[in-house]
Design a protein. Structure first.
Length: 80
C-alpha cells in the first residue's frame, strides 16, 4: 500500500490514510484504538509500527509468517 510505504519513507504516521488504517484494523489483526488518531498515537514510535508487521500483531501473530488468506473474512474467500 502506498500509504504505508510513504509512512516508512517519511518516518511519520501522519501519512497513514484512512484506507490503510481500515486495512490494518480489519485485515491485519489490530484493534482500532477508537480512531485513526488513537492508532497513530499508539504506534507513534515507528519501531512499534514496524514490529506490528515484522514481529507480531496485537494478537501475537507474525504477519510475515501467516498466509494473507487467514485474515480475509469467509465471504471474501468465497468470492476469490
Amino acid at each position: 500500500m502506498k500509504s504505508i510505504e510513504k509512512v516508512l519513507k517519511k518516518k511519520d504516521l501522519k501519512y497513514l490514510t484512512k484506507e490503510a488504517y481500515n486495512f490494518i484494523t480489519l485485515r491485519c489483526g489490530s484493534i482500532a484504538h477508537f480512531s485513526i488518531e488513537g492508532w497513530r498515537y499508539y504506534y507513534r514510535d515507528l519501531r512499534d509500527f514496524l514490529d506490528f508487521f515484522l514481529v507480531k500483531n496485537e494478537y501475537g501473530e507474525c504477519l510475515a509468517k501467516v498466509s494473507e488468506l487467514d485474515y480475509w473474512p469467509v465471504e471474501d474467500k468465497v468470492k476469490r
